[in-house]
Design a protein. Structure first.
Length: 266
């Protein structure tokens, strides 16, 4: 609706992400043709349990910011693979891309997430959780402006900060050629991902029917195996590489047009 478009155009959004223009594009294309337009599972999807909103100080609540489009689509694929309705199973979905979202899904609902911009494992481009006191000192060190440090944490963090590249294929090539620093950093990313998956399993009280690895980094056999070694005891690990976002958008709209789901108003 008009409020949605106005909020996007005036940057009143929870995350500054290129996907925000999708709703505007859909509306601009559909309106002249007189057909409906939809946006599906945006990054601001919020299905948190109230307990998940508590951080450690009241000034900074935890917020739901998540790669919801791919997470939800992957969960549906996993449910089909398990031969059970999504509404009857519990999953942990790890979206492994430039940013990383690791989500416990309680019967299809994303009840918590690390928030790829603010916490969790480091990723190809983002710093993830950092030691709080040391971060505060860095903020006031005079080394960075606000914008520079923000970019250091989200955009130039993680693998990019350590290795000078966000391309996991390049990092793996360096590992294969004997680069021990590359192996250590890449193994640390797998370690942190696995640790976050373990934490997500406690949110579900250990009742986990499957662990799903998806996103571009899930194409890496090395990364997948390192993660599987650490979390395979929790549940079956299923791999759905790639992000498949256009397919997920189309299928979401089709579910509404076929009356399998009802659309919601912003």
């Amino acid at each position: 609706d008009e409020k949605l478009l106005r909020d996007i155009e005036e940057n009143r959004v929870q995350a500054d992400h290129i996907s925000n223009i999708g709703a505007v594009l859909a509306f601009r294309l559909a309106e002249p043709a007189g057909i409906p337009s939809f946006f599906v599972d945006p990054v601001s999807v919020d299905e948190f349990d109230e307990v998940a909103r508590i951080s450690g100080i009241p000034e900074i609540p935890r917020v739901s910011l998540v790669h919801a489009l791919n997470v939800k689509a992957t969960a549906r694929k996993a449910a089909a693979q398990l031969g059970r309705p999504l509404s009857e199973i519990n999953l942990i979905v790890a979206h492994l891309g430039g940013g990383i979202s690791i989500c416990p899904l309680l019967k299809g609902r994303i009840i918590d997430v690390n928030n790829a911009n603010e916490g969790g494992p480091f990723s190809p481009e983002r710093a993830g959780s950092l030691p709080c006191s040391s971060l505060v000192k860095l903020c006031f060190s005079g080394q960075f402006t606000y914008e520079e440090l923000k970019k250091r944490l989200v955009g130039n963090g993680g693998l990019t900060a350590y290795m000078g590249t966000h391309d996991t294929r390049e990092v793996e090539a360096r590992i294969q050629s004997g680069d021990e620093e590359a192996r250590l950093i890449y193994a640390a990313m797998a370690y942190q991902i696995a640790k976050e998956i373990g934490a997500a399993s406690t949110v579900l009280k250990g009742d986990v029917d499957g662990i799903c690895l998806t996103g571009g980094v899930a194409r890496s056999e090395m990364m997948v195996e390192w993660i599987r070694e650490r979390v395979g005891f929790l549940a079956e690990v299923m791999v759905f590489p790639g992000e498949n976002e256009l397919e997920s958008l189309a299928l979401g709209a089709l579910r509404v047009l076929r009356k399998e789901e009802e659309s919601l108003v912003y």
